[in-house]
Design a protein around this ligand. Structure first.
Ligand SMILES: Cc1cc2nc3c(=O)[nH]c(=O)nc-3n(C[C@H](O)[C@H](O)[C@H](O)COP(=O)(O)OP(=O)(O)OC[C@H]3O[C@@H](n4cnc5c(N)ncnc54)[C@H](O)[C@@H]3O)c2cc1C
Length: 301
C-alpha cells in the first residue's frame, strides 16, 4: 500500500495493518495475507475510508465477523473490517445498532433491555451487518422479519435509508447485498428477561448438540435447495461424514459443516464442496449451492 494511502486512511480514523493474514479474522481459520486490513473506528471513518479507497482505485471487501467467508491464500485487495463499529441504542421496543456489533453482544443487550424476538439467533457467530447481508436464520426464524430500516451506502457510496418495505429478504438472501450496510433499526417486543434468557439457553443447547462448535468452520456449507431437502442428512446418508481433502473435513458431528482440521486451504474446501456437489447430484439430481463465500484473489471495488 502506498504511503499516501496509508496516511489518508489513518488520518480518516482507521487503523491499518499491512499484509495481515485473514485466517485470524475468519472462524474457519483460513485465509492468507491481504494487501491491508483497515479498521475504521467510527461509522464516519468507515464511510471516509471507502471513499478514499474508491478514489485511489483500490479494490476492497467488507469483513464482518468472518463467519461465512473462506478467503484465498493471497488476497490481492484491501479488507475493511467492521469490528469496531459497535455502537447501539435502545428506545422503547427498538434497537438501533451499528453493523459491526456481534450478534452475541446484541443478544445480551436485548436480554438486559427485556426485548424479545431474536432468541432463535442465540449462538449465531458474526456481526449484525453480516447477519443482515445473509438474512441469517435458524430454527424457523430470520433476522429480516425484525428489520424496520437499514442505513446503507450504495454503489456510488451515497448514503441511503431503506425502509423494511424497500428491502427484499428471502432464504439466506437479502437485497442489502448490493450495499454497504452501516446500521439498522430492529423492532422487537417487550418480554420478561428471564423468559428471553431461558429461550436463548434452549436454542444454544440445541446448537451445541448438533453443531461442531468446538472446531473451526464457516457454518453450513450449502444452502438448503428446497424446504424438504436436508443437506446434512443427505450428505450423511451418502456415508460422507469424515471425508477429508487436505485439511478440510466433512464434520463427523454435522455433515452440513466443513471443518478445518488445522492446515486447510480455500482450495481444499473448494474441492470438498465440488466432491459433495457431484455425489449429491449423481444420487439425487439436486444441485447444491454453497452458502459459504469463497473469496476470489482480489479485484473487488
Ligand atoms: C458455527 C457456525 C454456525 C452458524 N450458524 C448459522 C445459522 O444458524 N444461521 C445462519 O444464517 N448462518 C449461520 N452461520 C453463518 C454465519 O455466521 C452467518 O452468515 C453470519 O450472519 C455472517 O456474519 P459475519 O459478520 O460473520 O459475516 P462475514 O462472514 O464477515 O461476511 C459475510 C458476507 O457479508 C458481507 N458483509 C459483512 N458485513 C457487511 C456490511 N456491514 N456491509 C456489507 N457487506 C457486509 C461480507 O462482505 C461477506 O460477503 C454459522 C456460522 C458458523 C461458523
Amino acid at each position: 500500500m502506498k504511503e499516501q494511502l496509508f496516511k489518508s486512511l489513518y488520518l480518516a480514523g482507521c487503523d491499518v495493518r499491512l499484509g495481515e493474514k485473514l485466517s485470524q479474522y475468519t472462524t474457519i481459520r483460513i485465509g492468507g495475507p491481504a494487501k491491508a486490513v483497515v479498521f475504521p473506528q467510527t461509522v464516519s471513518a468507515f464511510i471516509d475510508s471507502l471513499n478514499i479507497l474508491k478514489e485511489a482505485g483500490e479494490s476492497y471487501k467488507i469483513l464482518g465477523g468472518g463467519s461465512n467467508v473462506v478467503p484465498p491464500p493471497e488476497f490481492n485487495g484491501i479488507v475493511v473490517s467492521t469490528r469496531f463499529l459497535t455502537g447501539y441504542e435502545t428506545v422503547d421496543n427498538r434497537v438501533t445498532a451499528e453493523c459491526g456489533i456481534t450478534m452475541r453482544r446484541l443478544l445480551r443487550i436485548l436480554v438486559a433491555e427485556e426485548l424479545s424476538g431474536l432468541e432463535f439467533l442465540s449462538g449465531l457467530p458474526g456481526s449484525l451487518g453480516g447477519a443482515l447481508f445473509m438474512n441469517a436464520g435458524a430454527f424457523g426464524g430470520e433476522i429480516g422479519s425484525f428489520v424496520e430500516e437499514v442505513t446503507v451506502l450504495d454503489d456510488n457510496l451515497n448514503l441511503k435509508i431503506l425502509r423494511a418495505d424497500e428491502i427484499e429478504f428471502s432464504y439466506r438472501y437479502s437485497s442489502l447485498q448490493k450495499y454497504v450496510i452501516l446500521k439498522a433499526v430492529l423492532r422487537l417486543r417487550h418480554a420478561p428477561k428471564e423468559k428471553i434468557r431461558k429461550e436463548m439457553e434452549r436454542i444454544l443447547r440445541r446448537r451445541l448438540e448438533k453443531q461442531p462448535l468446538d472446531l473451526p468452520s464457516a457454518g453450513s456449507t450449502f444452502k438448503r435447495p428446497r424446504e424438504d431437502f436436508y443437506v446434512g442428512t443427505t450428505i450423511d446418508a451418502l456415508g460422507l461424514k469424515g471425508l477429508r481433502i487436505g485439511g478440510a473435513e466433512i464434520s463427523t458431528k454435522h455433515a452440513g459443516f466443513i471443518i478445518n482440521r488445522g492446515n486447510a486451504t480455500q482450495e481444499d474446501v473448494k474441492m470438498l464442496i465440488e466432491k459433495i456437489q457431484g455425489l449429491v447430484f449423481s444420487a439425487y439430481g439436486v444441485k447444491l449451492e454453497p452458502e459459504v463465500k469463497l473469496w476470489k484473489g482480489g479485484s473487488y471495488v
